[in-house]
Design a protein around this ligand. Sequence first.
Ligand SMILES: NC(=O)c1ccc[n+]([C@@H]2O[C@H](COP(=O)([O-])OP(=O)(O)OC[C@H]3O[C@@H](n4cnc5c(N)ncnc54)[C@H](OP(=O)(O)O)[C@@H]3O)[C@@H](O)[C@H]2O)c1
Length: 276
Amino acid sequence: MEKAQSSGFTLWDTAVVYGMGRSETVLAQALKGYARNEYQLSTKFTPQVAGGGDDPVADMLEQSLDRLGTDYVDLYWIHNPADVARWTPRLIPLLRSGKVKHVGVSNHNMDEIALADRILGEAGFRVEAVQNHYSLLYRSSERAGILDYCREHDVRFFSYMVLEQGALTGRYNPAHPLPEGSSRADVYNAILPRLQKLTDRLAAIGQDRGTSAANVATAWAIAKGTTPIIGVTKADYIDGLVRARDVELADEEIAELEALADATGVDTRGSWEHDM
Ligand SMILES: NC(=O)c1ccc[n+]([C@@H]2O[C@H](COP(=O)([O-])OP(=O)(O)OC[C@H]3O[C@@H](n4cnc5c(N)ncnc54)[C@H](OP(=O)(O)O)[C@@H]3O)[C@@H](O)[C@H]2O)c1
């Protein structure tokens, strides 16, 4: 955290359902030494775990604020589109009260984003950010026109799982798979052989630029106009992230990487995601 903060990575993305509150609690502990204006908090309302009260969105936000030790969040998300017409209007009073500074929608398709934006628009607000799975291996938001929509409407697109939970970093391969017993091993170990050509090319481009395969995959997501949310697990990874901002990929390299990704034929859609 210290290294990220001092390198300018000050937006922390979490959710109630990440450890059922534990992630928010730990995040608050780690941020204790910083003034509130030195970092930004991004957390989520998850409809699947909504309570039974009159206003489950306000209730869930209050619990998050309590765990995060703050009186506002910088960015509040509807985590997934369980019922857009039901949940989106609940954000309006939270924006008016100042407990939520900005709102975004996650895992929403184009129609759902447009509906959420219309509902907020009637109250003078808007969908300011989108957070979807977007990686070389999973470009459904691009194919569905969501990236274009975001560019045209000045909406920030936050890409998550850019590294496919480690499978695109080049650190893992059939001889050195993801840690047995982890959920990511269950998802990715069987497809690692099909990713080899892609990760080899990422590594080769990285070698040419003095960086790693992981940072080339991140630079690709930046080149596509998105803001990656990276699951950083080691302080050393921060150095590479700083450099990834400056790795320029030629159009031909981007096209080649995307062709190699398409040729893998894998589908890494998460169980929580629906069609874009
Ligand atoms: N809105 C949603 O529904 C949703 C869903 C999923 C994720 N997210 C957000 O996206 C964030 C990231 O997702 P994620 O962690 O699952 O996937 P990710 O960012 O694709 O992958 C993270 C993994 O990549 C490896 N890694 C990270 N930086 C690296 C580097 N520079 N070099 C080499 N390896 C590196 C680490 O593996 P090792 O530790 O093995 O090295 C880490 O566990 C989440 O924390 C969350 O905030 C949102």
